[in-house]
Design a protein around this ligand. Sequence first.
Ligand SMILES: [Zn+2]
Length: 275
Amino acid sequence: MSELLPYYIVIYTFVFLFGASIGSFLNVCIYRLPKEESLIKRNSHCMTCGEEIKRRDLIPIVSWCLLKGKCRSCGAPISPRYTIVEALNAILYLGIFIYFDVMQTPIHAILVCLLYSALIVVFFMDWDTQLISNYVVIFIALLAVLEYFFSDHNFIIDRFGMPVDHPYGQMLIGMFAVSVPLLAIELLSKGRAMGRGDVYLMAACGLFLGVKGAVVAIFIGLITGSVAGMIQKHKSGDSVFAFGPWLSVGVAVAAIWGQQLGNWYLNFSGLGAPE
Ligand SMILES: [Zn+2]
């Protein structure tokens, strides 16, 4: 490790900067996907004066700090949200690359990073608009397919607790195990308890996580979502509530610790011996 240290420092610095740049793109997604605007044409402008933001003021994290969070032309405050999203994505990328040793399992690390970016978009977009973009859901499903074709085989073994010759059946069980009960809740509550976007999200994430991870994700999503919902209702009396952000948190946790948490719960509850 010690003689490799300079390489790790270079890689980690690059990963952080790359994560911040992707974070910048995520802001564009969060803002433009609900309005079905193009993600590519790059003319970010001030929300107050409409002035186009100059290239030098578009450096992730740095620009916002240099400008002290104010627009260069009109001085109106710029939401710290943009910088928070950039920094969050950068820190998560760095954490994932350290947790899954990038030299050992680069493809799995990259796919989990991309999954986290998609979850950040779901979190903030659903929070703002109560919508989950189908594009993001399709992107997550695509990551799941790539994971099973290209990721280190050990992760697939880890996911199912045993070597699996054809993991596709397991992928499909993961896809339906949580999403079908959610669909039933959505239909029975006529969309009040759960939106169709939540159903699709958990189908795509279940495909990525496998069945055990999907169950852990919905468990954590329900717990954090109920707490957040109670706090929100207590504070504002508002009953409009987005569930997607908390499902995202559950999926994010399950993508790293799904197997350990699942096995721990089976053991703890006596429901079954962990595989
Ligand atoms: Zn301005």
